[in-house]
Design a protein around this ligand. Structure first.
Ligand code: B4P
Length: 187
C-alpha cells in the first residue's frame, strides 16, 4: 500500500498516520515531523525552515523533496509507505510521481482525504497549542495555514481524482471511528 494523506492542518493526518503504520506495517514519512526534528536539532536545514514554519507558510519545495527522496530510498519503504503532509502542492505531487519512477517503485495507490470543517480544525489546533505549545498553533497562523491549504493543497484532490485515486473520509468523530472509516474505505 502506497498512500498519501491529504487534509487541512489539524484534520488528523499525523494522528491517523500513526494508526495506519501499526495496521499496515509500513513506514510513515511526515515532512512536518522531519522539519520539526531538524529545527529542534538546530541543523542548517532546521534554521532555514523555522521562520517559514512559524509563520504558517510552506517551506521551499526543494527542502521537503530532499527529505522525502532520502527516506523513500530506504529499504523499508520499498514495500509501501504512508506520506503525511507531502505532497502539499501540485509541483510536489509531480515530483513524487517522477521520484517513484526513478527509484523503480510503483506509483501511489491511494490519496486519502480527511474532510474536516474549518471551525473544528481551529478548535483542535488551539487545543493542541495548550498541550504542546507549537509556534504555528496560534489563531492567526492557523487561519493562514488553512488559507494556504485551500489555495495550494486542496487542488491536489483534482490531481489524484484524475487518476481515480481519491478516497474521502469524514474526519470528525472518535479517533478509532475515523480510523475504521479509513480502513474500510481502503478496502
Ligand atoms: P504538518 O506537520 O504537516 O502539520 P499539520 O498540517 O498541522 O498536521 P498535523 O499532522 O500536525 O496535525 P493532525 O492533523 O494530525 O506541517 C507543519 C508545517 O511544516 C507546515 O505549516 C509547513 O510549514 C511545513 N511543511 C510540512 N510539510 C510540508 C511540505 N510538504 N511542503 C512545504 N512545507 C511543509 O492533528 C492535529 C490535532 O488534532 C492533534 O492535536 C490531534 O490530537 C487532533 N485530532 C486529530 N484527530 C482528531 C479527531 N478525530 N478528533 C479530535 N481531535 C483530533
Amino acid at each position: 500500500m502506497r498512500m498519501v494523506l491529504l487534509g487541512a492542518p489539524g484534520s488528523g493526518k499525523g494522528t491517523q498516520g500513526e494508526k495506519l503504520v501499526a495496521h499496515y506495517g509500513i513506514p510513515k514519512i511526515s515532512t512536518g515531523d522531519a522539519l520539526r526534528a531538524a529545527v529542534a536539532a538546530g541543523t542548517e536545514l532546521g534554521r532555514k525552515a523555522k521562520a517559514t514554519m512559524d509563520a504558517g507558510q510552506l517551506v521551499a519545495d526543494d527542502i521537503v523533496i530532499g527529505i522525502v527522496e532520502e527516506r523513500l530510498a530506504q529499504d523499508d519503504a520499498r514495500k509501501g509507505f504512508i506520506l503525511d503532509g507531502f505532497p502539499r502542492n501540485t509541483a510536489q505531487a509531480q515530483v513524487l510521481d517522477a521520484m517513484l519512477q526513478r527509484l523503480g517503485q510503483p506509483a501511489v495507490d491511494k490519496a486519502v482525504h480527511l474532510a474536516v470543517a474549518d471551525e473544528e480544525i481551529i478548535k483542535r489546533l488551539l487545543d493542541r497549542a495548550q498541550k504542546e505549545g507549537r509556534a504555528d498553533d496560534k489563531e492567526d497562523v492557523i487561519r493562514r495555514r488553512i488559507d494556504i491549504y485551500n489555495a495550494e493543497t486542496h487542488p491536489l484532490l483534482d490531481y489524484y481524482r484524475a487518476q481515480n485515486k481519491v478516497v474521502t473520509v469524514d474526519g470528525v468523530g472518535e479517533l478509532d471511528t475515523v480510523f475504521d472509516r479509513i480502513v474500510k474505505a481502503l478496502g
